[in-house]
Design a protein around this ligand. Structure first.
Ligand SMILES: [Zn+2]
Length: 460
């Protein structure tokens, strides 16, 4: 049984009760030792209240849920003081086959009594939750029907005494409306705003979506909306109905002319050698003399394209494809196998020896021949080794399946790649390849194209 220990103490509790993290941790570790459980990890949130779940170690634990079998706390209220959060969390645990236990109370989801208890608590909270939402939704709907604004107030209005009044951002809306009617794209308008004296209502920049949703908003035309309720003419509009109709036309004209979707075969697979984010595909339109259009497709890094300190990446998709197929067809499965094994094995951990040592230390501690601190340092060290050992065990099983998988992929690529169309290629890569690690090779102007060397590929 692999256990995640969770400890929390709020600042106030620390001060008032001298309730310490160390103490919780110590007791829980012994609790695990008595039960012969392995501590997978200890998650500690010092100085956080139990009123919500916004705590770093707690979140980390939820993320790690597939790595342990049981969550152990000293008392239930260490995990949360909020019944709803408790239920949500227990639900998550259950879905992931993780049991939950409090060392000092009966909330033990590994037995029937504990489960019954949790279910009862759950039913009560559920009832409480639904009545509250029913009440609030009904209240809001009633208000909405009367034309009282209950939705979020758009940035170009202020709310005073339950009514909306246009504010100084009306100018921005006027500007955007005029530009769109002239045929300017929303992207360009956003850009113009970012270079204008108009500061965005929040943050540092204007975003395309802020403008676009303002232009489409029924609230801007003086109506109130809430869910399916629309009450017309409840406040002063900032966009007239005539303008709105033209805007709609302009926006749909633009989007219709831009619907060409370009599949990217290696979408989100190539790791940028500079910043580790994924390369994005870009296209540029070209026209042949006879009038036919074609698109050049290339990969680049969206994140470091503006970074002056790194070489900008720009590789044609054909080139990536060529290198990729070449890499796989030349991949020597024998040496690949050796590589995988080396990567995975490292040194072998002698688990029996560790467990025996642990037992011995406990005996020494029980006989008062060893300091508590020493014992816990030792347990901490061996916990790390035990976790490594567990991982090694898993990895060993993997080598053979990993090899079969790669062999399969290699065969498919060498035999059928040429016959696949772009979408099929994209789907195949999407399903079989996890990461492509590369080194960028800059081409020589006019002679060789920009390219990559593949350093490693990981597969699903
Ligand atoms: Zn990058």
């Amino acid at each position: 049984m692999k256990v995640a220990i969770y400890c929390r103490v709020s600042t106030l509790e620390q001060k008032e009760k001298g309730y310490s993290i160390d103490e919780q941790q110590r007791k829980l570790k012994s609790f695990c030792d008595i039960n012969d459980w392995t501590v997978y990890n200890t998650y500690i949130d010092p100085g956080f209240s139990g009123g919500n779940l916004d705590r770093p170690a707690f979140k980390e634990m939820i993320n790690d849920m597939d790595k342990f079998d049981l969550v152990l706390v000293y008392k239930l209220d260490r995990m949360t003081r909020n019944v709803r959060d408790l239920l949500d969390t227990l639900d998550k645990f259950e879905k992931n086959d993780v049991a939950f236990r409090s060392a000092t109370e009966v909330y033990d989801t590994t037995n029937a009594m504990g489960r019954l208890f949790v279910t009862l608590v759950g039913a009560m909270a559920e009832w409480e939750r639904t009545t509250i939402t029913e009440r609030t939704t009904m209240g809001r709907r009633a208000a909405a029907k009367k034309g009282i604004p209950v939705s979020r107030v758009p940035f170009f209005y202020d709310k005073r005494d339950g009514k909306l009044y246009p504010n100084e951002y009306k100018e921005v809306i006027d500007f955007a409306v005029n530009e769109v009617i002239k045929g300017t794209s929303v992207r360009k308008i956003t850009n113009q705003l970012n270079h204008s004296q108009y500061k965005p209502p929040s943050g540092k920049l204007w975003y395309k979506n802020m403008i676009l949703s303002a232009l489409k908003s029924p609230i801007a035309r003086g109506h109130s909306v809430y869910e399916d309720i629309l009450v017309e003419n409840t406040h002063e509009p900032v966009i007239s109905n005539e303008d709105y109709n033209i805007i709609q036309q302009r926006i749909s004209d633009r989007t219709n002319s831009k619907t060409i979707k370009h599949p990217a075969i290696f979408k989100t697979k190539i790791v940028c050698p500079n910043c580790n984010s994924r390369l994005t595909m870009g296209t540029s339109k070209h026209k042949l003399k006879n009038g036919t259009e074609w698109y050049a497709k290339y990969y680049f890094c969206d994140k470091c394209k503006f970074d002056k300190n790194v070489t900008g990446i720009n590789i044609k998709e054909d080139e990536v494809e060529k290198v990729f197929v070449d890499y796989l067809s030349k991949l020597d499965l024998e040496s690949y196998k050796v590589n995988v094994e080396e990567k995975k094995n490292g040194s072998i951990i002698d688990i029996d020896k560790i467990m025996n040592q642990r037992k011995k230390y406990h005996e020494l501690y029980a006989m008062d021949m060893m300091q508590e601190e020493e014992l816990f340092t030792f347990i901490k060290e061996t916990d790390v080794l035990i976790a490594q050992y567990e991982k090694q065990k898993d990895d060993k099983l993997d080598v053979t399946t990993e090899l079969d998988k790669v062999k399969n992929i290699k065969n498919i690529i060498t035999d059928t790649w040429e016959n696949l169309n772009v979408l099929e290629k994209q789907e195949f890569i999407n399903l079989s390849v996890k990461n492509i690690y590369v080194t960028y090779v800059r081409g020589k102007r006019g002679r060789t194209p920009n390219s990559i060397n593949i350093d490693d590929i990981t597969f699903y």
